[in-house]
Design a protein around this ligand. Structure first.
Ligand SMILES: Nc1ncnc2c1ncn2[C@@H]1O[C@H](COP(=O)(O)OP(=O)(O)O)[C@@H](O)[C@H]1O
Ligand SMILES: [Mg+2]
Length: 325
C-alpha cells in the first residue's frame, strides 16, 4: 500500500505571553491511500492542532517547531502560497469541528457551492456550478431542489451533510474530519458516518477521523492512533486497540465508552485529570495516572516503538500482547 501523507516528528507549540506550550510533541504516523486513520484522546491532547497543521491552517500563536509533512512525497511545509492554494481543498479538505455552524447564514447553499467552484476555477459558469452542486447533494442524499435553500432551513444532520458535500467538491485525496458529528444525536451521527464510509469506498479518498468517542471510531477506522498530552502513545489496527490495547491509557480509554452494539458496560473512566501542558513531568506523561507505572516511568519518557507489524506503543510497561498463530 502506498503512503498518501506522512507526518514525521511533528511538534507544534503555542507561543503566548505566558510562555511556550508544546501541544503536539514529536508525533509520527502516516495514512495510506484509501485508508481511514483515527486520532482519539481526551479533549486538549492536541488532535485539532495536528489537523490544522496538516493543512497549514494553523494560526498564531500556533507554530510548527519541528518535523516534516509529506503529501505524496511533497514537502507541505515548504509549499509556497500558490502551491498551498492548490493543495488545500483540491488535495486535502477538512470538515471542522462544528462546521455545520460555519455555513454562511445569509447565502443560499447554491451560492456557497458557487463560491468554492469559482475560487478554484473549477467551472465555466453558474449553470455548470449548479449542475455540479446538485450532483454533490445527490451523493449525500439531499434532494437537489434544496440547493436554493438557506442553511437555517436544514436540520443539523442535513447541514453537516452539506458541509461534507462541500469538502468533497474538489475531489480531494484526503478528507480530514475533526469531531464532525459531535453536535448531533447518536442515530444521525451513525447515518452520516456510514454515508462517509460509502463515499470513501466509491471515490477512494483517505480519511483522518478525529473524535474523543472511541466507539464511533472503531467502527469507521482501519487504524487508530491514541494521543495523550500531545503525544502519540499507541497506533494499531482498530479492532486490536479495543480488544487488546497495549498502552494502559488506551486500555482506560476503551473502558470509558460503551460499545454501540455491545451490552452497556459500566464506564470505568480513567482516574485523574489530563496533564497541564505548562508543567510536563520528566518521564512518561501518563505515569501520574497509570496503574502500571514504575519508578523508571517517572524518569524516562518512553519512545513510540514498533512491537509487531502495524503495532506501535510508547510505554515501559505495556499490557500483555497475545499472539494467536
Ligand atoms: N489558541 C491557543 N492558545 C494557546 N494554547 C492553545 C491554543 N489552542 C490550543 N492550545 C493548547 O493546545 C492544546 C491542544 O489543543 P487541541 O489541539 O485543540 O486539542 P484537542 O483537539 O485534542 O481537544 C490545548 O490543551 C492547549 O493547551
Ligand atoms: Mg479538537
Amino acid at each position: 500500500m502506498s503512503k498518501l501523507i506522512e507526518i514525521r516528528n511533528l511538534s507544534v507549540d503555542y507561543v503566548t505571553f505566558d510562555g511556550r506550550v508544546r501541544a503536539v510533541n514529536d508525533v509520527s504516523f502516516h495514512i495510506n491511500k484509501g485508508e481511514i486513520v483515527g486520532l482519539a484522546g481526551e479533549s486538549g491532547c492536541g488532535k485539532s492542532t495536528i489537523a490544522y497543521s496538516l493543512m497549514r491552517l494553523h494560526r498564531p500563536p500556533a507554530l510548527i517547531s519541528e518535523g516534516k509533512i509529506l503529501f505524496e512525497g511533497r514537502d507541505v511545509l515548504a509549499m509556497n502560497e500558490e502551491q498551498l492554494r492548490n493543495f488545500r481543498w483540491k488535495e486535502t479538505s477538512m470538515v471542522f469541528q462544528s462546521a455545520m455552524n460555519c455555513l454562511n447564514p445569509v447565502k443560499t447553499i447554491e451560492y456557497q457551492f458557487w463560491d468554492i467552484f469559482e475560487a478554484h476555477g473549477m467551472v465555466k459558469d453558474r449553470k455548470e456550478s449548479i449542475e455540479k452542486a446538485k450532483e454533490l447533494l445527490r451523493i449525500v442524499d439531499i434532494p437537489t431542489e434544496r440547493l436554493f435553500d438557506y442553511p437555517h432551513q436544514f436540520s443539523g444532520g442535513m447541514r453537516q451533510r452539506v458541509v461534507i458535500a462541500m469538502a468533497l467538491a474538489l475531489k480531494p485525496k484526503l478528507l480530514i474530519m475533526d469531531e464532525p458529528t459531535t453536535a448531533l444525536d447518536v442515530v444521525v451521527q451513525r447515518e452520516i458516518l456510514q454515508k462517509v464510509y460509502q463515499l470513501k469506498e466509491q471515490f477512494g479518498f483517505s480519511i483522518l477521523f478525529i473524535t474523543h468517542d472511541l466507539s464511533l471510531m472503531v467502527e469507521l477506522c482501519d487504524r487508530i492512533g491514541i494521543m495523550y498530552s500531545g503525544q502519540l502513545v499507541e497506533l494499531a489496527p482498530s479492532k486490536e486497540i479495543l480488544s487488546m490495547p497495549l498502552h494502559p491509557y488506551a486500555h482506560g480509554l476503551g473502558d470509558s465508552f460503551p460499545t454501540l452494539h455491545g451490552e452497556l458496560q459500566e464506564m470505568k473512566g480513567i482516574p485523574g485529570t489530563p496533564l497541564d501542558l505548562k508543567n510536563v513531568p520528566e518521564g512518561c506523561r501518563f505515569a501520574p495516572r497509570c496503574f502500571k507505572a514504575t519508578e523508571s516511568c517517572k524518569i524516562v519518557d518512553p519512545k513510540l516503538i514498533s512491537v509487531s507489524e502495524n503495532r506501535w506503543v510508547a510505554c515501559h510497561t505495556p499490557l500483555e500482547i497475545q499472539i494467536n498463530n
